[in-house]
Write a protein that binds this ligand. Sequence first.
Ligand code: ARG
Length: 573
Amino acid sequence: MLKEEIKNLINTVIPIKVDFDIEEPEKEMHGDYATNVALILAKQLKGDPIKFAQQIEVKLTRLMAKKGISLFEKIEVARPGFINFFLKPEFLQSQLKEILKEGDGYGKQEIGKGKTVVIDFSSPNIAKPMHVGHLRSTIIGQALCNIYKALGYNVIGDNHLGDWGTQFGIMIAAYKKYKSLLGGKKITVEKMLEAYVKFNAEIEKKPELQEVAREEFRKLEQGDKENRKIWKTLRKESLKEFDKVYKLLGINFNTILGESFYEKYSQKIIEKALKKKVAIQNSDGSIIIPLDKFNLPPFLIQKSDGATLYSLRDLAAIKYRVKKYDPEKIIYVVGNEQSLYFEQLFRAAELLGYISYDKLVHVKFGFVLDENKKKLATRAGRFISAKELIDKIIRLAEKVVKEKNPKLSKKEIKKIAEIVGIGALKYADLSQNRQTNIVFDWKKVLSLEGNSGPYLLYSYVRLKSIFKKAKVKKSSFRKFDPGLLIEDEEIEILKELIKFPEKIEEAGIKFQINLLANYLYKLASLVNVFYEQIPVIKAEKDLKISRLALISAVLIVLQNGLNLLGIETSDKM
Ligand code: ARG
């Protein structure tokens, strides 16, 4: 990768080791890449940055000549001490052949070879509909899985289902009480939630019911046959509904253990934590892990009534994952609202000696809001569920597709509407800074113009159709002259194309998928300008083949890039 190559070259010619950046300047006059290395050296060694920059420039030029590296047209020193690099068109052109050769594999890397990452994502709670927050986790988590796989990591995608906890005492009590209401065999999560809410309202009126629920949970914990069976039904039916969402979104997990799996490890963890004096028992019987030295409130792992908690099961999950996978990182894709919780969890895990703090990452995200900055709701005022949101976007996408291309068959419309709707949804999520709340403007999300999923998908379709119209054989691309691509628009596109692997890496390592999404948007925009300004099909034969080769490479990058985001492409739209 170019940035890395430039960095390595610089490192061999500078007198001391320093930390510096290679940037992509906004302004064209500052080159394709630029570095602040001379400024940093000058600061540390107390000298003139311009002089350092000039020395580096001379040494670099000499080194590259010796090594026969021919990347740059010129290297320039600029005030107050930057070094700017201008790529050579010949180098860019030569890369085009490489991209075409790599095809589907273009962008794949090996930096993660031999390393494992666990990605904890989606993780809805059973016996409740999956909500929009879980949808974000699902979309972001899947994209991270794809990106880390492309970087060569062994990826374990884990759906940490919320399927245990004292609330299941209430759920079971409700199940028994309102069995007929739950609809017998056709039990749905909606009805489960309804029964749960109803029972909770009862508890308000008759607090003694609390004890009934507690007893049901105790029985469940102790393996009571009937309660186990009810719990299993709730879990199974919930998963069935979640699977509908996963199927529509094209999501796969490597493992779905859920919180319940870790219950059996809980007591041992508590015992050891107490013995190690990492945890202490309060006079009321509750157990906490004090975290004052990190300026954090204590981490509660067991309540005074002896009930174990979400937190304890998460500790158990860390221990289990470390032992099973020896991961380089465990990545949690969960909303902003659990920031403090994860901070505590990570510190506690380190105190217990499970794993070092820096290997644990909370990839957090904001809410999804409507145009009025309120959480998305149905007309009845209830929060919209993940499935409802997906159904709605597909319905709206169908209109867009019909308008754009009325000649499509019903079946085609349905299929394409799914691709466009889900692509729009995923892109709206992934193209923004994940920590800010997403304002979900249906029109904008589905617009064929601007920075949207449909725009990218449509750009892809357009490029494909140029190919179809051009009617050239695939074999023509075996021999083409990339040296004919000399227009500014073409060079700009080439410059973007070679950045693709770098962008994947950046998006993955920084957990900023929007860097990759917005890169694809930029590429699509450049290619649309190119397409309007420069004749392709009408160009003279050799030029036509070269330009088609360029388009072919853009298609490769768009396709590979969108797929990394979890977005499927379609040849028609
Ligand atoms: N089920 C949890 C919730 O809905 C999210 C779980 C996230 N993963 C974890 N290991 N804590 O809030």
